[in-house]
Design a protein around this ligand. Structure first.
Ligand code: NAI
Length: 335
């Protein structure tokens, strides 16, 4: 049966990397149909709205979206569309794998296989309570962590670990200082972890985690943490394996999922035809896993690895001199 997915081409390098990604997916003949929808600056220009209702309706209907990066203008008056989408569809689990690939510019050419599971709807990234006093002297932000929110993200991490044969979950927190929010997260995580005796669980304070990730990344398997820490740690993990061009992410909820690259719209290289589309392509691989097509997901990943091994038309961020289009064609030839 044809699976329809909502496709959002996004801003900056978004249209370029989405075209390359769809080129590879089309070559796989997966019986996917695409429903195009606008969001971000493109949507603002075309429809006068950063997030048109038609886009929300499309995601609601299809329950699966593949999304290129969206630019969030810095400053007042604009809420991040990415954060808004995650909230509207209650996409509470942000799953970001970081895996060593051959021939990247990584300091760790092998041995890294870490999945960060980040709480995606609460913590420091809620828009509630963000205020600057009239005199501009004081800024405040409310952080909210709930038992329910912590319970479901930690359970998601353990269930995922069990399902895909992972051995260890590291709970990352700052409960020594942020005793209320991080404290509740840690207490809840301990309760959930006790229900999974088959999976090793350890706890680590976030600052030490960053140091440990750089010194001994091979000790990590699955990391589960709150929103802000997860955002930072997953970029750190992306850096360990060769940069943002190889870092995919899935935003998963009970009633839908949005797959995207971890990176942003990269305005510095937009329109130059040199963006690496692999992060979005790897996110499409996560989408295929989610859709119950693990063999096709593996086929896609194997083609990416084979292309990296052959150093065939890699983009400049990977040390090559290829273009987005030629890199996509090189992957397609190895499917
Ligand atoms: P960025 O991730 O767009 O770029 C950071 C650096 O990585 C730049 O030097 C860029 O050229 C490079 N880079 C990123 N993706 C690349 C790729 N596929 N191939 C080769 N090089 C790549 O981060 P930045 O500049 O902080 O953000 C730009 C915009 O993107 C902002 O408006 C931000 O809000 C938005 N953003 C959107 C996200 C999303 O849609 N999920 C996530 C992160 C940022």
């Amino acid at each position: 049966m044809t699976q329809t997915i909502t496709v959002i081409r996004g801003d900056g390098i978004g249209p370029e990397i989405m075209a390359a990604t769809l080129h590879v997916l089309d070559a796989m003949k997966l019986d996917l149909a695409y429903e195009e929808a606008d969001a971000g600056m493109v949507a603002l220009e075309k429809h006068g709205d950063l997030l048109p209702q038609a886009t929300l309706d499309s995601i609601k209907r299809n329950k699966i979206a593949l999304k290129a990066p969206l630019t969030t203008p810095v400053g007042e008056g604009f809420t991040s569309i990415n954060v808004t989408l995650r909230r509207i569809f209650d996409l509470y689990a942000n799953v970001r794998p970081a895996h060593s690939f051959p021939n990247t510019k990584s300091r760790f050419p092998s041995g890294i296989d870490i999945i960060t599971v980040r709480e995606n709807t609460e913590g420091a990234y809620m828009s509630d309570g963000q205020a600057v006093s009239e005199d501009g002297e004081t800024a405040t932000l409310v952080q909210k962590v709930t038992h329910k929110g912590s319970e479901r993200i930690v359970r998601y991490a353990f269930e995922m670990a069990r399902k895909i044969g992972r051995k260890k979950v590291t709970v990352v927190h700052k409960a020594n200082i942020m005793k209320s929010t991080s404290g509740l997260f840690l207490k809840t995580a301990r309760q959930v972890a006790a229900q999974y005796p088959d999976i090793e669980c350890n706890e680590m304070i976030v600052d030490n985690t960053c140091m440990q990730l750089v010194m001994k990344p091979e000790q990590f398997d699955v990391i589960v943490t709150t929103n802000l820490f997860g955002d930072i740690i997953s970029d750190l993990c992306a850096g360990l394996v060769g940069g943002l061009g190889l870092a995919p992410g899935a935003n998963i909820g009970e009633h839908g999922a949005i797959f995207e690259a971890v990176h942003g719209s990269a305005p510095d290289i937009a329109g130059k035809g040199i963006a690496n589309h692999c992060a979005l392509l790897l996110a499409a691989g996560q989408m295929l896993d989610h859709l119950g097509m693990p063999e096709q997901a593996a086929r896609l990943r194997n083609a990416i690895v084979a292309t990296l091994e052959a150093k065939d038309d890699l983009t400049p961020d990977l040390g090559g001199s290829g273009t987005t289009t030629r890199f996509a064609e090189a992957i397609t030839r190895r499917l």
